[in-house]
Design a protein around this ligand. Structure first.
Ligand code: DAT
Length: 174
C-alpha cells in the first residue's frame, strides 16, 4: 500500500500567542501529530545549562533536532515552538507565525504568572516582531504566513485556513 505523504507544519511566535491552542486543535481535526518542543525538551531533559537571567533551562537545540529527525522525515508533524531558526529548513513545507496585539498578550502572560522583566521582554519581542523576522530569515519568504490570534473568532478562522491548506497540499502531493 502506498503511504500518503503529509506536510510538516511549524507554528511559531512569541510565548502566549496561541500556538499550543491552535496546534492541538489542528492535530485533532487533521490526524497530524502535534509536538510541543518545550514539553519534548522537558521530558527528555534536552537542556544545556541554565539561564540565570530568566531562571529557566537553556534548550539543547542540537539534541532537539536529533530527537525529532526521524519523525520529521515521515511527515505529518505540527511543531510548536517560540523560536524557529535552529530547525533544518528542509523540515517544513509551511510556517505560520501567530501574532497577538500587545494589550491582549500582556494580559495573557500576566495570567500565566509572568512578571517584571520576563513579562516586559516577551511583550517587547512581539512588538518588535522578532519571531516573524527570524522566520523570514530562516525560511523561504513565500512559505511564511502571519496569523492574527487575538480572539476566539481568529482561532476558528485560522483552523479553517490551515486545515484547507493541509487538504490541498495532500491532494497536490499524492
Ligand atoms: P502559546 O502556546 O503560544 O504560548 P497558548 O496556546 O498557551 O499560547 O495560549 C495562551 C493563552 O491565550 C491561553 O489562555 C489560550 C488563549 N488563546 C489562544 N488563542 C486565542 C485566541 N485566538 N483568542 C483568545 N484567546 C486565545
Amino acid at each position: 500500500m502506498k503511504i500518503m505523504k503529509r506536510p510538516n507544519i511549524l507554528l511559531t511566535g512569541t510565548p502566549g500567542v496561541g500556538k499550543t491552542t491552535l496546534g492541538k486543535e489542528l492535530a485533532q481535526r487533521t490526524g497530524l501529530t502535534y509536538v510541543n518542543v518545550g514539553d519534548l525538551a522537558q521530558e527528555g531533559q534536552l537542556f544545556d545549562g541554565f539561564d540565570e537571567e530568566y531562571q529557566c533551562p537553556v534548550l539543547d537545540e542540537d539534541r532537539v533536532v536529533d530527537e525529532l529527525e526521524d519523525k520529521m522525515g515521515d511527515g505529518g508533524v505540527i511543531v510548536d515552538y517560540h523560536g524557529c531558526d535552529f530547525f533544518p529548513e528542509r523540515w517544513f513545507q509551511i510556517v505560520f507565525v501567530l501574532r497577538t496585539d500587545n494589550t491582549n498578550l500582556y494580559s495573557r502572560l500576566e495570567g500565566r504568572g509572568y512578571t517584571g522583566k520576563k513579562l516586559q521582554d516577551n511583550v517587547q519581542c512581539e512588538i518588535f516582531q522578532t519571531i516573524y523576522e527570524e522566520a523570514m530569515e530562516a525560511y523561504k519568504e513565500e512559505i511564511v504566513h502571519q496569523l492574527p490570534s487575538n480572539e476566539p473568532e481568529d482561532l476558528e478562522r485560522n483552523l479553517e485556513q490551515v486545515v484547507q491548506w493541509i487538504e490541498q497540499w495532500v491532494k497536490d502531493n499524492n
